[in-house]
Design a binder for this molecule. Structure first.
Ligand SMILES: Nc1ncnc2c1ncn2[C@@H]1O[C@H](COP(=O)(O)OP(=O)(O)OP(=O)(O)O)[C@@H](O)[C@H]1O
Length: 604
């Protein structure tokens, strides 16, 4: 067979003269022809003007792609069919024909200093370019957008082994975020609430946060702001046309991580009466401390899925309990391991004292610190519906006494959490359980909060009892912040890769552009098509699809970074090979995408 037939490849619509493949086609006729295998076999470090090193990829190891690391193969199966990387920067445009195959070594710096290196952070954006060539050891502003790998202090992710851990978010974080996302899509069956108004001032889509009892004095809703689309929590005080107290303005100033912020307060007739409405920040997937830790489930089990103790009196929470019942309930809670770990109690108490400290320092009092008005999502505790008591009791002016009551309420809450029941009327028995189960510090803190002596108590006096546990709390929060930052870094990367995939998708196989049916098959777009084949349609030596997400991510990162690493692109008939740098490919992609963007924009 005449070996020259392998070189007669021509794309369906002919090659434009400026295309690199055309250059290759022209040059190939004047050089000795050989088969592709021979040609590739000839390719060596010596034959290349830029000392090409063939590097086979094995597993995806996140690296800073601006300081290329040689990653050696672990197994041939995990290696891509062909890849060239780690080529030193060369400022000369160079092409060479090796045995009938033209290799292009264009390392024109202008590719890196023009718009070609625009960040893909905005699709079709024309951000200013980032200067400097991208090569080994060269600092680039773009490097700040490259994924630098898991920081060592994060340690290995235990939940998913190996490669999967690099790609997927830990299950706990994912579940938490999904739960919050789901929450905002949950809609109550509004047929059950036919009287709900469509709009309340600037808010619409009222969704009750709890069943609305017919004679309830108040009701709460999740609402959507009609202009911004943001969610808010709305508290309606039925038939309360009284003027909002001055303290409401003070509540609006309280901006604390453990207090749900009051944003505005107004009266409305939207519900058919004169209602007072308070609008708060909305925190999705909140659950009250009552529901999370203190209420029974009524399913007859000793404890529910949260470990909460089942109270056989739960059908009538106000029913008086005999002493033996209270004591037995606590003992059963101990026996079935339903008591909360002390660290959890301290975490809750540190957060609640922080909230009270902010409230009391502002000259306010909470007045409603009970387990149904403290909510949690994740590890965060927040005091909800602050300020409602100041509207309901506008004439209660003794703030100092109200602050003392807050501390007593905190003591009762701490005792209830420690005993896992709100029925702690028998203080001696409850404290006995606390003393047996928890540290002396916790017992003293509860006793201090519940003390009835005339000495004035202050939230700041609690600090010595909390002591070094405060640092434990800070450290835990910092570790949590580390995990979230690490995940954020990965998500930023995912977004970056998605944007570049979108650009490729917009350009590749486009049926026509500006009445040119061959647009996506010709010119520089042809290289992008071959690159797409290389990325997604590679096959192993025996013809099986070769799928390696690590390789994909690596190549997309190289493309996004516009590095000088080379990639071999083979025509579909396997007769021609283009060697191009990612910088060139990026340049082609940016230009092609810009063309589509221009065509998309409406004319003047
Ligand atoms: N800012 C908020 N964002 C999201 N959810 C909240 C917010 N504040 C409270 N919640 C949730 O709203 C639900 C209803 O709270 P609410 O205090 O109205 O219930 P309740 O126990 O029926 O009280 P009440 O009997 O006083 O009306 C609770 O499950 C709570 O977790």
């Amino acid at each position: 067979m005449d070996p020259s037939i392998f070189l007669q490849y021509s794309p369906p619509n002919g090659l434009p003269q400026e295309s690199k493949l055309a250059t290759y086609m022209n040059r190939s006729t004047s050089t000795p022809t050989r088969t592709l295998n021979q040609a590739l076999g000839k390719l060596s470090l010596e034959s290349s003007p830029t000392a090409i090193k063939k590097v086979l990829l094995s597993e995806f190891v996140p690296v800073n792609y601006f300081s290329p690391t040689n990653i050696l193969p672990e197994s041939p199966e995990s290696s891509p069919p062909s890849t060239l990387a780690g080529i030193p920067t060369n400022t000369q445009v160079h092409q060479e024909n090796v045995g009938g195959t033209t290799y292009f070594y264009s390392t024109n710096d202008s590719l890196n200093t023009s718009g070609a290196l625009n960040s893909s952070a905005s699709i079709g954006g024309s951000e200013s370019c980032l200067g400097g060539s991208v090569g080994p050891g060269t600092a680039s502003a773009y490097a700040s957008q490259m994924y630098s790998g898991t920081p060592t202090h994060m340690g290995p992710m235990a939940s998913k082994p190996g490669l999967a851990a690099t790609f997927y978010m830990p299950e706990t974080i994912r579940a938490e975020i999904y739960q919050r996302n789901e929450d905002v899509f949950l809609h109550a069956d509004l047929r059950q609430f036919p009287d709900l108004p469509e709009n309340v001032e600037m808010y619409s889509e009222l969704t009750p946060l709890e069943g609305i009892a017919p004679h309830s004095m108040s009701s709460s809703f999740r609402v959507v702001h009609r202009q911004t689309g943001e969610h808010y929590a709305l508290r309606r005080l039925h038939a309360y046309a009284s003027v909002a107290s001055k303290r409401i303005d003070m509540w609006k100033q309280i901006d604390h991580p453990n207090v749900i912020r009051l944003l505005e307060c107004f009266t409305t007739k939207a519900f058919g009466d004169h209602s007072m409405v308070l609008v708060y920040e909305y925190h999705p997937a909140c659950v009250t401390l009552m529901n999370k830790y203190l209420s029974g489930t009524g399913n007859g089990n000793a404890s529910d899925s949260n470990g909460a103790f089942h109270d056989p009196f739960s059908s009538d929470p106000d029913a008086p309990r005999p002493y033996t019942h209270q004591k037995n309930a606590m003992l059963r809670a101990v026996a079935c391991g339903a008591l909360l770990p002390e660290a959890v109690l301290w975490s809750l108490l540190v957060q609640l004292t922080a909230a009270l400290r902010a409230i009391h320092t502002a000259g306010l009092a909470c007045r409603t610190l009970d387990p149904t008005k403290v909510v949690m999502n994740g590890c965060r505790v927040r005091i909800a519906w602050c300020g409602t008591a100041d509207i309901v009791h506008p004439n209660t002016n003794d703030v100092a006494q109200a602050q003392q009551d807050d501390l007593t309420a905190l003591g009762r809450l701490a005792l209830a959490l420690a005993c896992r029941t709100i029925h702690c009327d028998n203080l001696a028995a409850s404290m006995e359980l606390v003393a047996r189960t928890y540290s002396a510090d916790l017992k003293n803190l509860i006793l201090y909060l519940l003390s009835t002596s005339t000495a004035r108590r202050s939230v700041t006096d609690l600090m010595p009892m909390i002591g070094a546990r405060f640092y434990t709390q800070v450290e835990a929060l910092e570790r949590r912040a580390d995990v979230f930052e690490e995940q954020l870094a990965r998500e930023i990367d995912n977004g970056r890769l998605l944007r570049i995939l979108v650009k490729l998708g917009v350009v590749n196989e486009r049926p026509e552009l500006n009445l040119d049916a061959s647009w996506s098959e010709t010119g520089d777009r042809y290289m992008l098509k071959l690159f797409r084949d290389y990325l997604f349609h590679s096959v192993s030596a025996d013809g099986r699809p070769w799928l390696d997400q690590a390789h994909l991510a690596h190549c997309l990162n190289q493309l996004d970074g516009g590095t000088n690493a080379k990639v071999e692109l083979m025509s579909r008939d396997e007769q021609s090979v283009l060697v191009v740098s990612y910088a060139e490919l990026k340049h082609c992609l940016e230009q092609a995408f810009d063309e589509v963007m221009q065509a998309a924009s409406p004319g003047p």
